[in-house]
Design a protein around this ligand. Structure first.
Ligand code: GLP
Length: 245
């Protein structure tokens, strides 16, 4: 039984019942009794098992959904969120990040083109006006679920053509000897626009993370600037911090 699996409600404390259920679920997730993508029983069944009202169950789940611990999939139910933990200090590609977590990466192309650098790009990439660049826009998936929208601009010297980029941009750059060696990354919270929300299959104004990466070759030349709009419920950024000695 689910209630036995997650250890039941505390019963002996005075916290509201929805909070007790939240605590039990949170602990089960932390202790990995419940794993990523595990389905929770239907609200009605949980209400019966825990002997609480369905409204109480809903209230408990709503809170955990907004904390990002659970996700609701339309028509399918409530699941433990399958967050991807991303270490901030390694210069890896989306494809590598997903594979190392046992997930299958896939991209859907929105556009792939060559053009001339815009004034803004020429500043970020340090290229002179008019220099050719490649632009790539993609929806990035893990195990079939949309994770991020990515808009990349790559310096023209780094690739022979836009067509050589298949699943992985970094793989294509590596093949030409232009894989970035260093990057500056900045992160900020965003609310998805209607267009972005539709592409990612999330509600409009849902919270997301914008990560902008500007990456450089060993010789210091900038090679890529990418804006990635990650679904807020899909990514966790983990930074390892060391005390200065
Ligand atoms: C991450 C980075 C992007 C980079 C991308 C390359 O998502 N934030 O800056 O362009 O990885 O990934 P891939 O090689 O899978 O195309």
């Amino acid at each position: 039984m689910f209630s036995e699996r997650i250890g039941g409600l505390a019963g002996d404390d005075h916290a509201p019942l929805y909070k007790q259920l939240q605590r039990a679920l949170r602990e089960a997730i932390q202790k990995k009794v419940l794993g990523p993508d595990d389905a929770l029983p239907a609200e009605r069944d949980m209400a019966e098992e825990f002997n609480i009202s369905r409204i109480t169950v809903r209230k408990a789940l709503d809170g955990l959904v907004s904390e990002g611990l659970l996700t609701r999939r339309q028509g399918a139910g409530t699941f433990v969120a399958a967050r991807v933990e991303k270490s901030f200090s390694k210069l890896t590609s989306f494809t590598e990040d997903m594979i190392s977590r046992g997930r299958v990466p896939r991209s859907e192309w929105i556009s792939k083109a060559m053009g001339a650098v815009t004034p803004e790009e020429s500043l970020t990439l340090g290229l002179s006006p008019g220099t050719p660049v490649f632009r790539f826009a993609r929806i990035r998936y893990a195990d079939g679920a949309p994770m991020a929208l990515e808009y990349s601009t790559v310096a023209g010297f780094a690739l022979p053509s836009a067509e050589v980029v298949g699943v992985s941009l970094y793989e294509a750059l590596e093949a030409t000897g232009h894989r970035p060696a260093r990057a500056l990354q900045r992160l900020r919270a965003v609310l998805f626009t209607a267009e972005q929300a539709e592409l990612l299959g999330v509600p409009v104004k849902d919270a997301g993370l914008l990560i902008e990466r500007r990456s450089f070759l060993p010789d210091g030349r900038a090679v890529e600037v990418t804006q990635s709009y990650y679904r807020g419920d899909a990514y966790d950024f983990v930074a390892e911090l060391n005390a200065l000695s």
